[in-house]
Design a protein around this ligand. Sequence first.
Ligand SMILES: [Zn+2]
Length: 254
Amino acid sequence: MVTLMNDSALGLILKEQDYKDNSVILTVLSEQYGKISLLAQGARKMTSKNRGSILPYTKGEFFFDYKENRTMFRMKSARTVNLYRRLHENLNASLTVPVLAEVIDAALLEDADPQLSRYCYQLFEQVCELLDQGRRADIVLAIALSDLLKLLGIAPDVDDCVLCGSTSVAAISVREGGFLCAPCAALHSVPLREPEKLRAFRLINKASLEHTEMLEEILGSALDECRILVEFLRTHAGLPVRSFALFQRMAEES
Ligand SMILES: [Zn+2]
């Protein structure tokens, strides 16, 4: 007897690409199965029942037949669990999620460690919730980028000089991987930074997303810190982080 399985998974839509015949391929970060691709056939047709449930950066429940050792499935149906409406209505917030979705999508390979996938899922969901609550996009992005660097094992060292261990720090070097003292900075032609900026960078790297509200009260714009953390991803993980350009442009204007 053939048993027809109808599996469902909760997931966050990281990306969607148009496919032939009005179809769409969704990249979904699912709670149970990690990163999967779902082919939503005819989803762009006016008559499709799934048309409204495949928006990027929303949380949904997806129905498909799961098969082990596969990562691409034909989607049967989907329903939206959380639209994160306020997030999508705010320009800065709506430009924050593509940056993190891009990094997570690029960092999670098909056979990614399930634990890493789970952490990324929790991180992305928490980011969407915080932005939907109206929390500041620059702070949320900075902390989330720092979390992703930790998950990838390339977090900046913000305790002392990465080269000599001196506790008297004066600069940040992306290439060397964190704080430098003044003599080491001079040796490597790294510009010195204000103590205030070093303190802000350290705070962001020591914080977790639960501290967002607290950091909003202490920190000015975290755009500089976001820039440095993106450079860490580019330099040490080889990720282009293309969508950061648009976020940066909007953040500079606001
Ligand atoms: Zn040093």
